[in-house]
Design a protein around this ligand. Sequence first.
Ligand SMILES: [Zn+2]
Length: 309
Amino acid sequence: MKIGIDLGGTTVSMGVVDDNYKILAEAEFKTADCRTPEQLSSIVIDGTKKLLEDNGISKEKITFIGMGCPGEIDTEKGIAVAADNLPIEKIPFAKMLSETFGAPAKLDNDANCAAWGEHMAGVSKGYKNVVTVTLGTGIGGGIIVDGKLLHGKENHAGEIGHMVIDIHGKRCGCGRIGCWETVASTRALIKEVEHQARYAPNSRLGKLIAANGSHANGKTLFIAMSEEDNMARSIFNDWIRSLEVGMWNVINIFRPDMIVISGGISKEGENLLAPLRHAVGKCSTLIRAGRLGGNAGLIGAAALDEMNI
Ligand SMILES: [Zn+2]
């Protein structure tokens, strides 16, 4: 049995998996209120202890512990160096976990873990060259080349959301202009939906958003489209075009066997994938939605011992 831990800005989830990456037990704890590295470390360590205790699993049965963290990671030393939304200051998680549970431990970036999870136990299992595109507040990437995660210098590879696709575009959080995620992330889509609906309150989309306290989400748009709202369709088509531009850049650079689309909006399945495949056109690269959903990071972390770096 192995343990996978997926640390995020609001929660940390941990699970015990068997050799086939089936989740046998899992738990989740809040991290949003953590103010110091000590508090955060104890939530991770004590939470993992509690997971084992609550499920009657002795630590002697654990053969490996893997953990995915946001931000900057030193994978060689197993240290979480820094992160934007969490009080991380050089926390030696691998050492702490290994000493507490008596098994080897490894750390990697959260987006890499999600990509690795789909590769080891999800939709891209068996494919050697895969790029995972995670659509959310930004666009995250996990790149697998010849069956290995691409880490790059200081683990900074895979920032596909920050490739510039419009030099006259909008300012990105990273400081540059016209990054892919400024126009093609889920957040960019929702912002555009809210913006346009403000000027058309009587449209189907406008009414749906008004009924939802003036807030849109991915679902609102798909509901309006299913009711043949022209404005919703036009916003969606523009967004698909922005996604397509970046997808082709990814395809031209890596020519992967598969691009895995993950993030909450991937739950829309073919409503999202079919137009995207159509936009990308003739290309042998498969475009699929992730299969493991929110568990991809946890499962990928538990599988980090199967990667030779
Ligand atoms: Zn950027």
